[in-house]
Write a protein that binds this ligand. Sequence first.
Ligand code: HEC
Ligand code: HEC
Length: 193
Amino acid sequence: MSRKLLSTLAPPALALAALLCAPASAATLAEQVETCGACHGEDGNSRMPRLPSLAGQPNFYLMNQLILIREGVRKIPEMEALAKDLKDDDILALAAHYAAAPSKRSEETPDPALAARGAQVAASHHCASCHTPALTGQEQMPRLAGQRIDYMVEALKAMRDNRRTSADPLMVETVVGLSDQDLAALAHYAASK
Ligand code: HEC
Ligand code: HEC
């Protein structure tokens, strides 16, 4: 709650507001991780179709996305109710937790022919210049290595078709004009790194 808003409240309401904001009422990191784990996997490696793994993502990427999700800039209906209550400190702790969690490949098997085609598209479109040669990500750029194939296919289509509201314009520019087949190839390649 902003200072301005607080100062307009009458004293009893102010006391109630202070009580509602009391840190003691917040869930612990372990409790929050358990909630996240229902969708993102208990160790941060997703076992559910089209749900992203969080393990091994750059700390800054996680922090940035969680703020965008909380503020509703990146719209994720499944996370709306949960994310709006996250405090800045919760976000910092969750980002640090998942950044330090070891990334594991999903149970999906990359198709070798698609992965080979994806390697060519990735080279000509300079994916490594931002996502790093090992595709492990850096700063605000996500890890692609080991990420779920079905999630990446959807994410790439959403960015190409301008449906990911918060997407980085340079990222979108990179995939504009690519076919569904090329996007699938990129996902199979990235997941196999
Ligand atoms: C009910 C299921 C659900 C729960 C619980 C959930 N999420 Fe998510 N989360 C999603 C979905 C679905 C997406 C991906 C949406 C999309 O396709 O872009 C997502 C995306 C994310 C992303 C972006 C990942 C990326 O690679 O861009 C982050 C970060 C994230 N969630 C963190 C969390 C954290 C931390 C928690 C616990 C506080 C949590 N989520 C709980 C469903 C969930
Ligand atoms: C100019 C830097 C840049 C280049 C080049 C680039 N990306 Fe990205 N990419 C990003 C950023 C930044 C994001 C985070 C998107 C956001 O802001 O929502 C991203 C997000 C993604 C995501 C979504 C991952 C997730 O967890 O949600 C995928 C998949 C992806 N990039 C694949 C690629 C591929 C494949 C290429 C090459 C064809 C590529 N990127 C080229 C910067 C880049």
